[in-house]
Design a protein around this ligand. Sequence first.
Ligand SMILES: [Zn+2]
Length: 319
Amino acid sequence: MIFGFFALLSTFISAETTTSEVTRDYCSLPDPIYADGVSAADFGATGWSYTNAANWADFVVTCGGSFQSPIDIITSGTTQEAVQPQINYQSKDAAVGYEEANKPYTKEYEGEYSEIEVTDASGSIIRYYAKQFHIHTPSEHTIDGKYYDLEIHFVHQAIQDDEQDCNKVKNKLTVFGLMFQESQSAVDYDVFKPWFDSNATGEVESFDLNDFFQKMSDTTYYHYNGSLTTLPCSQTVNWVVFQQPLPISSTQLKQFQDFLSDSTLFPIKHNNRPIQHLNGRKILKGTAITASVSEIPDVEASFVQTLSMAIMIMNILIQ
Ligand SMILES: [Zn+2]
């Protein structure tokens, strides 16, 4: 019996240590498609495009709601935020790959990345997993009326587990918006290369989301409650938009722009939704902390899970 227990334990451990596969449970997103009486068949890339962005509410009523994104961030009207988010993703050494997702309206990488804690606009600390990032060009948000050449959205979805009650999470998504501006001195980002390299598999073996944030000398951000900027425009996003644009080379910027001009979905060669009304929403301002933050890597968390499962089995065996 004891031997059986150890064999079982070692099976679990070796399974965990030879692969970084981690099962992730996310808080489910509200489904405004069904709530608004629009059938799933009506929701798809065929119906909407950036040429009919003013009429998206005809496809999904939520798109005409009062908490829509993107917005123009007028910096003089912002209020100082009391709690600052700490941004430190899992180390780039982790064997977690990002894979290109085949989306008709953007370039997107999906992957299982690390956990992050973010204070939402109501002041609660919510735990999210980084899930995917994708591109808009030109930017969706504007800051004091200014557009940037490109905006990346880092999408995080709230974690569902014993410690976090999804019913208490108002914004199931936290999205970080990072601005990029064309610069002659910019060095190409490795992470973007597989998107445009026909020989590449579309997978990035090792990518550190921290790299972008660590290139910022000023981590000032703007924080507000908003929505997805594509259909179904769900109003469940805790937005954190960073002020300082990062440099992007002319070559890489052009690659993204050419992707849009190649597609029949983008006859107007952009994938940014027009600016939406603020409707009295408050915009908070703060400075993110991007260094000297420690967190538990996912692999370690899985090991704890395995260990507790093993202890549970041991208890059963002992009984
Ligand atoms: Zn986006």
